[in-house]
Design a protein around this ligand. Structure first.
Ligand SMILES: *[C@@H]1O[C@H](CO)[C@@H](O)[C@H](O)[C@H]1NC(C)=O
Ligand SMILES: *[C@@H]1O[C@H](CO)[C@@H](O)[C@H](O)[C@H]1NC(C)=O
Ligand SMILES: *[C@@H]1O[C@H](CO)[C@@H](O)[C@H](O)[C@H]1NC(C)=O
Ligand SMILES: *[C@@H]1O[C@H](CO)[C@@H](O)[C@H](O)[C@H]1NC(C)=O
Ligand SMILES: *[C@@H]1O[C@H](CO)[C@@H](O)[C@H](O)[C@H]1NC(C)=O
Ligand SMILES: *[C@@H]1O[C@H](CO)[C@@H](O)[C@H](O)[C@H]1NC(C)=O
Length: 379
């Protein structure tokens, strides 16, 4: 079905890899990572106004995101634009299933990556000027001397105009024994386990978005890797994400902790309990249910309540409102607690702040995590 078309070594002339982390557990003791500990699934649509902050953090380009009936639209219009969305939770082995339409445009990269605090990384990268291939990659410990990129041909009628013509299902299974990359249900790559430092095996969050690898300000190697220089007059360039499903292999765990500095999967400890995501998901379904119940009432019933006809009904309503307010207060208290925990965690990382903001300003320039040590420069 999908033949492995080109010799990997010839293609792997440039590595786009994450090169900084807030706290690297290979070198010190770091705060625990919030776990997903369940399955998170969402379909994006026009009634949404933002990526739910319970589950996502926007680290670049919040104002470049819109929602339509097709999904979440991440758009580059001007030089310097990029969008980066990341999950507020980590998984420890599991599956990512994202259905999206990649942005077209030379040098425009639509991507998702699993990333860990030790800079283990699993990538999917789609070059918007290349209708023939979709690329994927992985790294251990952010080591850009590892050339693991692969290019999967987009053959078959559903791939007309490559990845840019329609929505496609890109799924990654990340397990201890192997990693599998799928495209529209076809298994396109299988990578068996390698030693620690070469094979991703530490708690990872998902990061996805769009950036211009072909921006004229970036090094030549990056632009070549991206497929050429971006011509912004051909924009806007939009990546449309229809849906996302993330499965954590561990269930009913609230956080992940590194037991030592080895970075090995065997050293990772999971704390049992309900994760913040799990709690947020269940709180959400409660409020959704109550609003659906209210919407489901007939106009007469609503008027009845409003007018106070039927003492029992009114009493029940008052009690119901009271209950809701209590629930909300509890929710607020929990959030305040979580915020304080996060602030404390930030305080511990304060010595890394300089590095973080340098990285963030790199993002604003449209640089989605490229190592300038890539070999493209040398070839
Ligand atoms: C959009 O998604 C939300 C949350 O899943 C759902 O409640 C709503 O019905 C959806 N709206 C449309 C128009 O599909
Ligand atoms: C999430 O966003 C908040 C607010 O911008 C930020 O303070 C925090 O560092 C982010 N958290 C993660 C896990 O990136
Ligand atoms: C598409 O990518 C493949 C693999 O890197 C490369 O050989 C080919 O030249 C690219 N095509 C275009 C139009 O960039
Ligand atoms: C990076 O990976 C290469 C290839 O696996 C290996 O030879 C090299 O020692 C690694 N470098 C570091 C700093 O771990
Ligand atoms: C996406 O692909 C995966 C892997 O083939 C498959 O298990 C899953 O059911 C697909 N999702 C949808 C919504 O078709
Ligand atoms: C989740 O873990 C907690 C703490 O170990 C336990 O009390 C609870 O029963 C577990 N819940 C489920 C659904 O397994």
């Amino acid at each position: 079905m999908f033949r492995r078309a080109l010799p990997i070594a010839l293609l792997a002339t440039y590595a786009a890899a994450q090169t900084s982390t807030t706290c690297n557990p290979l070198h010190k003791t770091c705060p625990q990572d919030a776990a997903l500990g369940t399955t998170y699934e969402t379909t994006f649509n026009e009634s949404m106004t933002e990526f739910d902050p319970n589950f996502f953090n926007i680290t670049a380009g919040a104002d470049l995101i819109t929602f339509s009936a097709k999904g979440a639209e991440l758009t580059i219009t001007n030089q310097g634009d990029s969008v980066t969305v990341q999950t507020a939770f980590y998984i420890m082995f599991g599956r990512v299933e994202m259905i999206f339409q990649a942005a077209s445009g030379v040098g425009i990269i639509s991507t998702y990556n699993l990333l860990s605090d030790t800079l283990d990384e699993i990538d999917l990268e789609i070059m918007g000027g290349n209708t023939s291939y979709v690329s994927n990659n992985f790294f251990g410990w952010g080591n850009t001397s590892q050339f693991n990129s692969d290019y999967e041909p987009t053959t078959g009628s559903q791939w007309s105009n490559g990845a840019m013509g329609a929505m496609h299902n890109y799924t990654v299974d990340w397990e201890q024994e192997e990693i599998r990359w799928w495209m529209d249900g076809d298994l396109v790559r299988t990578q068996p386990y390698l030693p620690v430092g070469e094979y991703p095996q530490s708690p990872s969050f998902l990061k996805f978005g769009i950036w211009a690898g072909g921006d004229p300000t970036l090094p030549k190697g990056t632009r070549e890797w991206a497929g050429g220089d971006t011509d912004y007059s051909k924009g806007p360039f939009t990546m449309t994400v229809q849906s996302l499903k993330i499965i954590d292999s561990h269930t009913n765990v609230s956080s992940y902790e590194y037991g030592d500095n080895s970075g090995s999967w065997e050293s990772i400890k999971a704390t049992p309990g309900e994760s913040n995501v799990y709690k947020a998901m269940h709180q959400k379904s409660f409020s959704q249910k109550t609003s659906e119940q209210w919407n489901g009432l007939s106009t007469g019933a609503k008027i009845g309540i409003a007018a106070g006809i039927g003492g029992a009904f009114l009493l029940a309503f008052v009690l119901f409102v009271f209950y809701c307010m209590r629930q909300r207060r509890q929710g607020k208290a929990e959030k305040a607690l979580a915020d304080r925990a996060w602030e404390a965690q930030q305080a511990e990382n304060v010595e890394m702040k300089g590095q973080m903001s340098a990285y963030q300003s790199q993002m604003k320039k449209g640089n989605f995590a490229v190592s300038h040590m890539g070999h493209g420069e040398r070839f």
